[in-house]
Write a protein that binds this ligand. Structure first.
Ligand code: DQA
Length: 142
């Protein structure tokens, strides 16, 4: 199984950014943990702070490049019709992920423009949300 994790804006600062919400582990270190856990699978990673670049990446892998995409669109979750449209446009299933429980935070985080375009959403389990999403992918494609 091949899975692409896409992280959106400010998620390159995990480990340094609002640690009380997002934790103290950087994503590179967490990715190593995930890769060790799923050594038989291929987990690839892309991060961008730019909406159009995220859309380009979705287009690039969205027609057969990977089995599934795990997407944390960061704040674009709450603003981006363009990313939502891109998810609808591609063939590869996308799982929405959030580290924090967005529904327990500010009201502007309660709206997701991308949820309805995704297979499902996992939120609120810290970095473990990504592992749970990969478990969901495994169950989905077997
Ligand atoms: C986030 C939640 C978003 O509201 C926020 O803008 C992020 C991170 C999360 O993983 O909890 O950047 O997607």
């Amino acid at each position: 199984m091949k899975v692409l994790i896409i992280n959106g804006p400010n998620l390159n600062l995990l480990g340094k950014r609002e640690e009380s919400i997002y934790g103290s582990m950087g994503f590179d270190a967490y990715l190593e943990t995930l890769k060790n856990l799923y050594a038989e699978d291929e987990i690839i990673y892309y991060q961008s702070n730019h909406e159009g670049d995220i859309i380009d990446e979705l287009h690039k892998v969205g027609f057969g490049g990977v089995d599934a995409i795990v997407l944390n669109a960061g704040a674009y979750t709450h603003t981006s019709i363009a990313i939502s449209d891109a998810i609808r446009a591609i063939k590869t299933p996308v799982i929405e992920v959030h580290i924090s429980n967005v529904m327990a935070r500010e009201s502007y985080r309660h709206t997701s423009y991308i949820s309805a375009s995704c297979v499902g959403t996992i939120a609120g389990f810290g970095l473990d949300s990504y592992r749970l999403a990969i478990e969901a992918v495994k169950n989905m494609i077997k």
